[in-house]
Ligand binder design. Structure first.
Ligand code: LIP
Length: 259
């Protein structure tokens, strides 16, 4: 069953899709800029966030918006947590692995989330107590129970030291687990919910990268860390999302404690 909030987040994510896709396919696209080391920004990030904000303000004038590019107030009854393009580094470098991510939090609890990959036309949708879905098909995390059969994505950004990241990758690969880094935390979490990988971890990530993805993983039967603790909404936090069978093992490996 789809709730009105799931319907709203789905419609908004899908309506932003053509904006992102057309801009990506635009041959003379303006060059990107950097907000920091390896932290990319494009005009499309700004245009899509502006579009999403306008749609939310029109339809839900009472609601608040926290966006990656424009920030926003967070002490509101209902908050939309917006990443206009997650995987901007890929987008900027003509690598078709990115998405829009929208999560809706009501009184501090995630109620609905959508992640839309406009290049693959894949809509990941979840509602609290309503399950996780991909283009209308119900999702379930994988049932792989051995690390040496597993595949994990471990994200990195310049917000954390390189050695901490390399040590984590080394520890994980020494268990026989395959490690990837694809550059979009939101799609990484969506892939855990779809059973495509067993785990997504990152030593620091922001609320807009993970809001929708964390709900997808829990609604698909996976386990997550308490990302929202210690002011995760405003400061970001470490993130760990895993299938149920390997959650404790990945928690030990990543040293990120689970909820
Ligand atoms: C990105 C995340 C990725 C992280 C990057 C960046 P963006 O989000 O998806 O997991 O490693 O540093 O935060 O900037 O593409 O929205």
């Amino acid at each position: 069953m789809t709730t009105p909030l799931m319907q709203a987040v789905k419609e908004l994510a899908l309506s932003a899709g053509p904006l992102i896709r057309d801009a990506f396919l635009e041959p003379d696209r303006p060059a990107y800029s950097l907000k920091g080391q390896q932290d990319y920004l494009t005009e499309t990030d700004l245009a899509v966030e502006q579009f999403v904000r306008e749609q939310i303000t029109q339809r839900f004038p009472q609601d608040g918006v926290l966006g990656e590019e424009g920030g926003g107030l967070t002490d509101v009854e209902r908050l939309w947590i917006v990443d206009p393009i997650d995987g901007t580094a890929n987008f900027a470098r003509n690598i078709a692995h990115f998405c829009i991510s929208l999560g809706v939090m009501v009184q501090g609890q995630l109620e609905a989330g959508a992640i839309y990959d406009p290049m693959r036309d894949e809509l990941f949708l979840a509602g609290r107590g309503q399950g996780a879905w991909l283009n209308g098909r119900r999702l379930q995390v994988s049932n792989i129970s051995a690390l040496n059969m597993a595949s994990a994505e471990i994200g990195w950004s310049s917000r954390k030291p390189v050695d901490a990241y390399l040590n984590l990758v080394s520890r994980t690969m020494h268990t026989g687990c395959a490690v990837r880094r694809a550059g979009s935390g939101a799609l990484g979490l969506a892939y855990v919910s779809a059973g495509r990988i067993e785990c997504y971890a990152e030593q620091h990530i922001n609320a807009w990268d993970v809001a929708a993805g964390l709900l997808l993983v829990t609604e698909a039967g996976g386990r997550i860390n308490p990302f929202w603790a210690n002011d995760g909404l405003r400061q970001g936090n470490a993130v760990l999302a895993s299938n149920a069978l390997l959650a404790d093992s990945f928690s030990a490996l990543t040293q990120i404690s689970l909820a």
